[in-house]
Design a protein around this ligand. Structure first.
Ligand SMILES: [Zn+2]
Length: 450
């Protein structure tokens, strides 16, 4: 039996060797190049010749994060051709840092076919002279500040990542990248053209890349913004699209706030506003914070403060293992009340009651799932990811849909609204477009300036 298999295998090998290899030799590639003119275009170019007229030249790109792409190159038919493929970044945006491999598939009139060797490429914002620090899980790029500026931010981000990994077991398999833009104009001109000009940061979760505007003179902002955004990137990538869609905003922001400092700390201004809300009994119901945060500055600050506080409470009361379990449950696409019930033994309201008691707040009369309750699933859910040329590879294992939502809450309004003021776009907000953690950075800067 073994011998027969071996024989068959041998015959197949001979057949494989005979036909295509000869055909491959008929076409010769003399040069293959990639150039990047950020943010205009990527240019792929190949020179080839054959014994017969070349009739077809196709470019194939395999993106490390988002799958593959195939397109026909432009050229004049002939036995010697120069074929080009222009990837228009204005139309099909890719952030700096995207990497992949490309190759060519060339066919001639005689039916010969040539597949070129794979070549690596990287989208670079080559308008600036970047400095970089990296380790296997994370790379930081900046050009504004000096080496010490980048080093301080990098180290803070790495320690945040270590802490998150230690606490939740969430690991980073492929390197995440954060680019710090020194000037606002530089930052805005690096984003896709459709972005509103009030954003302060932009996350491309599918690619594991975030761009943030951090001025060289604003180290203190960079020190909190970078680990904050990195935490979002790690969590969102871990949860995938489905998991992120059902993830309550307070938990998302609470985790990002929690890892801004190692050990965790709530900055004084947040503490003050939280303490006052406890005294005045004006805490925002946790269920409300599951969706978009308020646009009002005070309420927004309180929303972030409470988010931090509840995450801190979960860690203290239930233990870090429970956070790990919850993340796994969210990843499966489970609704948040189901997740809390299953892992913590309480739903959102039960969790809120326990938390309020813990921080010394008065009990809140909680109506049973009022019809006026905020949408169970934030509007940023599954919003478009303009950056992905093809669906995520790992999005195939479609788990239970998020349909088992809480209650007869009204259907989420999907269309992002145009903000009346910048604060509408808090970390996430309706601009959760691309996981647009975005607004948070702006909010933070705005609040500090104010
Ligand atoms: Zn955030």
């Amino acid at each position: 039996m073994k011998r027969t298999l071996f024989l068959i295998f041998g015959v197949v090998l001979i057949l494989l060797a005979a036909a295509p290899v000869a055909a491959q030799d008929a076409i010769v590639i003399t040069s293959s190049q990639f150039t990047c003119d950020f943010r205009k275009e990527l240019n792929f170019q190949v020179d080839a010749q054959s014994i017969a007229t070349i009739t077809r030249v196709e470019l194939v790109i395999d993106f490390v994060e988002t799958g593959s792409f195939r397109g026909s190159a432009k050229f004049d038919e002939g036995t010697r051709v120069r074929a080009t493929y222009n990837w228009n970044l204005e139309q099909k945006y890719l952030p700096p840092g995207v990497t992949g491999q490309f190759w060519w598939e060339i066919t001639d009139q005689a039916g010969n076919r040539k597949i070129s060797a794979k070549q690596p490429f990287r989208v670079e914002d080559n308008r600036f002279k970047w400095q970089t620090l990296s380790e296997p899980r994370f790379a930081l790029y900046w050009y504004g500040g000096d080496a010490a500026f980048g080093k301080a931010i990098f180290e803070r981000a790495v320690s945040a990542m270590d802490a998150l990994q230690r606490d939740t077991g969430v690991t980073v398999e492929r390197q995440l990248q954060i680019f710090l833009y020194d000037k606002r104009a530089d930052f805005l001109s690096a984003l896709e053209p459709v972005v509103n000009d009030w954003v302060g940061g932009r996350a491309y979760t599918d690619h594991g890349i975030t761009l943030i505007h951090v001025g060289a003179n604003n180290l203190s902002f960079g020190l909190v913004a970078t680990p904050h955004e990195l935490t979002h990137l790690i969590i969102h990538r871990k949860l995938g699209k489905i998991g992120t869609a059902g993830f309550p905003r307070w938990l998302d922001e609470g985790l990002a706030m929690y890892y801004e400092f190692v050990p965790p700390k709530l900055e004084t201004e947040y503490q003050t506003i939280l303490r006052r809300a406890i005294q005045d009994d004006t805490l925002i119901p946790l269920r409300v914070l599951s969706g978009n945060f308020a646009t009002d500055a005070r309420q927004a600050t309180l929303s972030y403060a409470q988010s931090f506080s509840v995450v801190d409470f979960i860690y203290r009361r239930y233990g870090k293992d429970k956070m790990t379990q919850m993340l796994l449950e969210f990843k499966q696409g489970n609704a948040f009340d189901d997740v809390f019930q299953r892992v913590l033994g309480v739903d959102t309201d039960g969790l809120e009651s326990a938390w309020r008691q813990d921080i010394g707040a008065k009990p809140r009369a909680i109506p049973t799932r009022a019809p006026l309750a905020p949408t169970a699933f934030p509007t940023f859910a599954l919003s478009t990811d303009l950056t992905a040329p093809t669906p995520r590879r790992d999005a195939t294992t479609a788990p239970t849909p998020v349909a088992r939502a809480a209650t007869p809450a009204p259907a989420p309004t999907s269309a992002p609204r145009v903000p009346l003021n910048p604060l509408t776009q808090l970390c996430g907000g309706s601009a959760m477009l691309l996981g647009g953690v975005a607004g948070w950075a702006f909010y933070r800067r705005w609040r500090r300036a104010g």
